[in-house]
Design a binder for this molecule. Structure first.
Ligand SMILES: Nc1ncnc2c1ncn2[C@@H]1O[C@H](COP(=O)(O)OP(=O)(O)O)[C@@H](O)[C@H]1O
Ligand SMILES: Nc1ccn([C@H]2C[C@H](O)[C@@H](COP(=O)(O)OP(=O)(O)O)O2)c(=O)n1
Length: 305
């Protein structure tokens, strides 16, 4: 979960008393691991610095910080008590970490996102996270949000972003992966903004499966997975939601030059062959330590218009 730590604007000693001592404020320290002495009983306020760097915070001998990492949000600093006891002084080690690499997989319902993700996972070792699967698992888990999620899915609506992003983040952290295919997300602008705000992650690129509506409907109605939303009535609503809310997100990323549009008709293998070079290029760029995220060098020109 080390990657989940947002970069820190500053790390302050912020004990409730007025003796709070600022430990770090300038940017210079963020480049290298840094050790900071702390005293028992202090609190620390962790704040985001920017979306470029992620931080791991370990307390060498501090009970409450040992192997703990933190996520901070743009609009909310997080206060952590370092130690409750009086004999637990120690050292914090701050280590910068690379953010995880994320590719968003978008396309209408039934356009083949999940099918292609599986093939990419098999070959390129990404962790595949389907937002829809996570929401369905949340229903099954008996969560307090279960009924709400189920009703919204049944009605073809988009579940509130805070719920979906929290599920995604947890799955990312649990997986311990470093590169992710996030499938069926972001489905609207709110999804996109909340994800960016909560993680600071900018996607490497977006793969958009372009499929005619009648083909999507045919596939969904033939999918036979017992889903509450794979019926004609809900499918009509999902297609409308897709056009009204998801297509604008694709356009947003298009304006950033991040979208690879893939024609989603044709055989499963042919479509895979079309998108494979994109992931080969991605793997090559990252095996040499380069990152589009960091360098802007990754070729994001569309593969198949
Ligand atoms: N290229 C394709 N041609 C025909 N059927 C496909 C193709 N890709 C996927 N399918 C089938 O269409 C259905 C929907 O695919 P899926 O990957 O679940 O779509 P999505 O994740 O976009 O909703 C599945 O039954 C799948 O087997
Ligand atoms: N980001 C997301 C993804 C899915 N959902 C909900 C609403 C969607 O209609 C359902 C099903 O999504 P899923 O991606 O599994 O399936 P389709 O691409 O529609 O076939 O889940 C959501 O609310 N927010």
């Amino acid at each position: 979960m080390a990657w989940a730590v947002r970069s820190l604007r500053r790390l302050q000693s912020a004990a409730s008393s007025s003796q709070a001592v600022r430990l770090l404020e300038s940017r210079s320290w963020i480049r290298n691991p840094r050790k900071v002495d702390v005293c028992a009983g202090q609190n620390f306020v962790l704040k985001q610095y920017s979306s470029e760097t992620f931080w791991e915070v370990h307390g060498a001998s501090l009970r409450t910080l040992s192997t703990t990492t933190y996520t901070t949000h743009e609009d909310a600093s997080t206060t952590h008590e370092v130690s409750k006891g009086g004999s637990d002084d120690g050292t914090l080690t701050l280590t910068s970490k690379s953010p995880p690499r994320v590719v968003f997989i978008l396309g209408g319902p039934g356009s083949g996102k999940g099918t292609q993700c599986q093939k990419i996972v098999d070959k390129f070792g990404f962790v595949h996270l389907s937002a829809g699967d996570l929401l369905r698992a949340e229903i099954q888990s008996g969560s307090q949000y279960g009924d709400m999620i189920k009703n919204m899915i049944k009605d073809g609506k988009i579940v509130p972003s805070e719920v979906t992003v929290r599920l995604l983040l947890k799955a990312m952290e649990d997986s311990k992966g470093e590169k992710f295919l996030i499938d069926g997300f972001p489905r609207n602008d709110e999804n996109r903004a909340v994800f960016e705000r909560m993680t600071g992650i900018i996607p490497e690129f977006i793969l958009f499966f372009d499929c005619p509506e009648d083909e999507m409907e045919r596939r969904v109605l033939g999918r036979n997975q017992g889903r509450v939303d794979d019926n004609k009535e809900t499918m009509q609503k999902r297609l409308k939601v897709f056009i009204d809310f998801s297509v604008p997100v694709v356009k947003y990323y298009e304006s950033m030059g991040k979208v690879h549009k893939v024609t989603a008709t044709g055989s499963i293998d042919d479509i895979h062959t079309t998108i494979e070079p994109l992931f080969e290029q991605f793997s090559e760029a990252h095996s040499t330590g380069e990152s589009q995220y960091a360098t802007g060098k990754f070729d994001t020109s569309p593969t198949n218009n």
